[in-house]
Design a protein around this ligand. Structure first.
Ligand SMILES: C[S@@+](CC[C@H](N)C(=O)[O-])C[C@H]1O[C@@H](n2cnc3c(N)ncnc32)[C@H](O)[C@@H]1O
Length: 279
């Protein structure tokens, strides 16, 4: 008898998997990644006791992408790699220039005392919490502001982990020591840190697919980093159109250096390779 782990996947079936993944997530599985995909799917066959690739594909097609098995499947094919204060230059700009400038503008009565930030494809929430740390560190000058930082991700498991607000020491490695002691405590799990309630009060997390519009008011600042690398041009365009609809006039987009979306951002002012303004 053939077991799930021995089952082979035909090129035709691989194409059907590729199409399903593309339709749901926007991610293109390159021919080089197909062997990897087969191994990853094989793990799900084993876990679900489904005998073959055809059966598992039909199973996925019957389920809604919000289903837990879809989430486990997506976890196999997407990368959730993230950590606090990833890309130091982005956070230096955010803290020293952006937050400083908007507080000055508010003092001069040129903008309301409110700040709305979206971490799009937030994975386990590290980017949203990095923003929260910087905002909280400015809060004396910024009080009483209305702050809303939203993190969204297609992965339900990632969003649930983000809501826990616990971070491994690896994820915390770039958090400056003074901010670490000020805004985090030891979590129940050894070697993990937990964000203090004053930080968690600033952030919210929600499951959301970037191929769909997000129902929200415009944001002053949007982070869109390390997600579109495996998307083709059509999906990038769809995501960027959804994202830009929610970028307020004068708002900033922080994009990953490898995102490959500069062609889709021609209507914004390019400030750095990773920073754009909606003028
Ligand atoms: C590498 S993480 C990036 C995390 C964070 N932005 C950073 O730069 O550290 C990529 C995330 O994109 C999410 N993702 C992939 N396709 C998506 C889609 N269509 N809509 C929303 N999130 C998606 C994955 O679930 C994963 O958590």
């Amino acid at each position: 008898m053939t077991t799930a782990t021995e089952t082979l996947i035909s090129p035709e079936l691989m194409m059907r998997y590729g199409k399903l993944i593309y339709d749901v997530t926007g991610i293109r599985i390159s021919p080089q990644k197909q062997a990897l995909l087969a191994n990853r799917v094989r793990r799900r066959l084993k876990a679900t006791n489904i005998a073959d690739f055809e059966g598992y594909l039909r199973h996925l097609q019957k389920l809604k992408p919000a289903n837990a098995e879809w989430d486990l499947f997506l976890q196999e094919i997407t990368t959730h790699e993230t950590y606090l204060f990833r890309d130091e230059s982005h956070w230096t700009w955010f803290q020293d220039q952006y937050l400083a400038a908007i507080s000055q503008e508010a003092i001069a009565g040129k903008r309301p005392r409110s700040l709305r930030i979206w971490s799009a494809a937030c994975s386990t929430g590290d980017e949203a919490y990095s923003a929260a740390v910087c905002v909280a560190a400015c809060v004396k000058q910024m009080s009483p502001w209305t702050i809303k930082i939203i993190g969204t991700d297609i992965g339900i498991g990632a969003v649930e982990q983000a809501r826990q607000a616990t971070f491994s020491q690896r994820a915390m490695k770039l958090v400056p020591p003074s901010l670490r002691t000020r805004y985090f405590t030891a979590a129940e799990e050894p070697e993990f840190s937990k964000a203090k309630p004053e930080l968690s009060a600033l952030v919210q997390f929600r499951q959301h697919n970037l191929l769909d519009p997000l129902r929200e008011q415009p944001f002053d600042l949007i982070f869109l980093k390390n997600v579109l690398i495996y998307f083709d041009e059509a999906s990038k365009q769809r995501v960027v159109a959804n994202v830009l609809k929610l970028l307020a006039p004068g708002g900033y987009l922080v994009a990953g250096a490898a995102e490959g979306i500069s062609d889709h951002l021609k209507n914004l002012k390019r400030i750095h390779a990773w920073l754009y303004r909606n003028e």
